[in-house]
Design a protein around this ligand. Structure first.
Ligand code: SF4
Ligand code: SF4
Length: 147
């Protein structure tokens, strides 16, 4: 086994399934074929049968990368969750309100520096912070106008 295969890997990814494959057991293939641990963070199917899934995947790095490549081969659009969320650094006042609601501690107060640190890699794009931020500094890309 190579070093790359044994290195632990974890990533939050967002999947978009076109209607023609939304019924296929593609996510379970990640577990069966690539020995990944999959945690479904959010799931949605639109009236047009498009599917959206936000997943946390973890396992060996090599298998995770192969699993993501497999999803793309199946015509699933895969994006990094961190690309779907942003903070307007000019607007943020570091008030800390979002830190109380963030379920993953992606937003956390650095007590010494007195700033709210945003760790995108921990973010699951749940959107809760967008609802409490008094200045609208947090932006999450949404589908169908809903979170
Ligand atoms: S609630 Fe908004 S303004 Fe306050 S720390 Fe969070 S992102 Fe910044
Ligand atoms: S969307 Fe906001 S509240 Fe949700 S995990 Fe990301 S930073 Fe935390």
């Amino acid at each position: 086994m190579t070093e790359q295969q044994t290195k632990a890997y974890r990533k939050n990814i967002h999947l978009t399934f076109p209607p023609e494959i939304s019924g296929k057991p593609i996510v379970s293939d990640l577990v069966r074929r690539y020995d990944l641990t999959v945690n479904i963070l959010k799931a949605q199917i639109t009236p047009r049968k498009e599917g959206y899934l936000t997943l946390e995947i973890s396992g060996g790095e090599d298998n995770c990368l192969k699993g993501i490549a497999y999803l793309r081969e199946q015509d699933v659009t895969v994006t990094d969750v961190s690309q779907r969320i942003s903070r307007d650094e000019d607007s943020c006042m570091h008030c800390g309100m979002c830190t109380a609601i963030c379920p993953t501690s992606a937003l956390a107060m650095d007590i010494e520096a007195r700033v709210v640190v945003f760790d995108k890699d921990r973010c699951t794009a749940c959107g809760l912070c967008t609802r409490v931020c008094p200045v609208g500094a947090m932006n999450v890309e949404v589908e169908n106008g809903g979170l």
